[in-house]
Design a protein around this ligand. Structure first.
Ligand code: BEZ
Length: 249
């Protein structure tokens, strides 16, 4: 997926806001080495650095890293592949918010993180859980189908039990794992849902004409109206899995 860093910061700043609320889980100490994995435009990387940690922000998107470097020129940002990190026994903490569900090869991802951590280092992360954005995906799929297009979800939204197993197979010991509903307000009033769809399902719409795209967005909104339009706002049906896992010696 090609990320639009401007739209991401302007219309989807809730991603970073929720990420900020996760920083409390980290217990940042002076000189702690932290990797912010999938750092986007660097908002959380900066928050972690402000607390005294030595932070590296890594993202696979060149555009995001360009913006992060512009935003925070004194911080260390790198373009990199989360499933192939070039660090060994280096970090005290790998932190990640709203990223893992984009990565198809979870085994490779967890091995890569495990190797990058010191002994007793922690993975602290949150991402989409089973049935995350179910209403939006179902509506979008129906709207695409009406126009003769198909949708097949590329996201990985596991259950807590499924992910627990993967973590343990990799060698992590689980300190904390929860799965929960996190209804999420989409900014920009009536336009909130279409903004979201245009950002996150961009690849499905890129070869479709403007007129047809408008119809698909309209139909998606129509299908979602009963479930996630509340008090004149779009409330996305986010579900989250939150994890603290320790690298066993
Ligand atoms: C999420 O953060 O849950 C998400 C973002 C984009 C597409 C699907 C899910």
């Amino acid at each position: 997926m090609k990320w639009n860093s401007k739209l991401y910061d302007n219309k989807h700043s809730f991603v970073a806001e929720y990420g900020k609320s996760m920083i409390d889980l980290v217990n940042v100490e002076e000189d702690q080495k932290i990797l912010d994995l999938g750092c986007g435009t660097g908002i959380i990387t900066n928050e972690l650095a402000k607390e005294g940690a030595t932070v590296i922000g890594i993202d696979s998107s060149i555009d995001m890293i360009k913006k992060a470097k512009l935003n925070y020129p004194n911080l260390n940002f790198q373009v990199g592949d989360a499933t192939n990190l070039c660090f060994q026994n280096y970090f005290d903490t790998v932190f990640s918010n709203a990223v893992f569900h984009w990565i198809p090869n979870q085994k490779k991802l967890l091995c890569s993180i495990y190797n990058s951590l010191k002994d007793n280092g922690k993975l602290i992360c949150e991402f989409g859980a089973k049935n995350n954005v179910f209403q939006i995906q179902t509506a979008f799929e129906k709207a695409l189908k009406q126009k003769g297009y198909s949708y097949s979800s590329e996201f990985y939204f596991p259950s807590k039990d499924e992910y627990k197993l993967l973590l343990e197979e990799t060698g992590f010991e689980i300190q904390h794992i929860i799965e929960y509903d996190r209804p999420t307000l989409l900014y920009d009033g009536e336009k909130g849902l279409r903004n979201w769809v245009c950002q996150f399902f961009a690849s499905y719409l890129s070869n479709i004409s403007y007129e047809e795209t408008e119809q698909i967005l309209f139909e998606t909104e129509k299908f979602c109206k009963n479930s996630i339009w509340k008090d004149n706002q779009w409330i996305a049906d986010y579900r989250r899995i939150q994890i603290i896992a320790v690298k066993n010696k």
